[in-house]
Each structure stands twice: as structure tokens, then as C-alpha cells.
Design a protein. Structure first.
Length: 189
């Protein structure tokens, strides 16, 4: 079961690695932004949000801001977003925008949180940015672990060792006296 889970995680990780690699290359030639701004009318007021996924200059930006407005009249459109940590933001009619590289570290990381209350309005949010090279490093870990563990199992099986603990099974080929693992017969050789 563990091996199946590691196989599935490795496949998913390789797909994400390939997608991140393609987006990293594209981010140096084009700026892609996916912005979703839903608006809901509730009995207490209005709830609106901005959800951003932005890719440019080798950096991936992700963030979400939620506004809760009390019903005092018409829906106000003077939303404000104030960063607490990290990048510099500006707000326009289209939503909030991250301006780079002002708030990023030298490595390309930044993060921010937002929790602001004003009369008739409450705004909360969170966001971060990360360079694509870090995502590629992160997505390469499960396949690398899979290869290392697979090579270790194959080596142990070839040398007549227990596949679980590495105990020498030449004297007791059926069952490992150390950990109790029942192992297949060693290869003839």
C-alpha cells in the first residue's frame, strides 16, 4: 500500500513538475493572471472576494482577499487592500495587484496577511509568492525518493539482504530473524 501511494505521489509530482517548468519558462516571456472576483448578497450585507493567481518574471503569486460589507445602502466600491508583510499592492477596478519586486526577498519569496476592520466593513486576506525554482525543487523530491528507495530494494534483493531492514538472509532465506519480514527466495547466482 505504501509503495502504491509513493508511486501515485511520484506521478502527480512529475506532472506538477512539468507544469511548473513550462510556466516558469513562459513567465519570462509573458505575464499570466487569473483573477476571480465573486460577489454574494447575504442577509447581513455583501460578501465579495478577490482570488488571484499570477505568474510573471519567474515568480508565482497566489492570494485571496475577502470583504464583508454591512447593508448600509448601495454596495461600496472603495475596497482597500493594505499589505502587512511582503509585497507592495495596489487596487484598481479590476481587483488587487502585486507590484514586484519591491516586497520580495532576494530569493523571490514574500508573504502577507490582512485583517482590517472599518465601520461597515471587514477585510481579511492572505497571500504569498514563491519562485518557480523552489516549486521545481519541491516537486522533484517524491520522484527522487522513489528512485532511491527502488534502487535500495533492488540492491538488497540482489545481495540476498532483507528488503526491509537490510539483514543478511543467506543463512535464513525464508524469513528475516531481525524484523520478521517474509522475503522471496534470493536469486540464483
Amino acid at each position: 500500500m505504501t509503495r502504491l501511494l509513493l508511486n501515485l505521489l511520484s506521478i502527480l509530482s512529475l506532472l506538477l513538475f512539468t507544469a511548473a517548468e513550462a510556466l516558469w519558462v513562459r513567465s519570462h516571456f509573458a505575464s499570466d493572471r487569473l483573477l476571480w472576483c465573486p460577489l454574494c448578497d447575504t442577509p447581513d450585507g455583501y460578501v465579495s472576494g478577490e482570488y488571484l493567481l499570477d505568474s510573471r518574471g519567474g515568480i508565482l503569486y497566489v492570494g485571496a482577499v475577502r470583504h464583508q460589507h454591512h447593508k448600509v445602502g448601495n454596495l461600496p466600491f472603495d475596497f482597500e487592500v493594505s499589505p502587512v508583510l511582503g509585497a507592495d499592492f495596489e487596487f484598481s477596478d479590476e481587483g488587487w495587484t502585486v507590484r514586484a519586486p519591491d516586497g520580495r526577498s532576494d530569493w523571490g519569496f514574500s508573504g502577507w496577511t490582512l485583517n482590517k476592520s472599518r465601520p461597515g466593513r471587514r477585510t481579511t486576506g492572505v497571500g504569498w509568492s514563491t519562485p518557480y525554482w523552489f516549486l521545481l525543487l519541491l516537486f522533484s523530491l517524491p520522484p527522487t525518493l522513489h528512485v532511491v528507495l527502488s534502487r535500495r530494494r533492488r540492491r538488497r534483493r540482489h545481495l540476498g539482504l532483507c528488503p526491509r531492514c537490510g539483514y543478511d538472509l543467506r543463512a535464513t532465506p525464508g524469513k528475516c530473524p531481525e524484523c520478521g519480514t517474509i522475503s522471496p527466495a534470493p536469486p540464483a547466482g
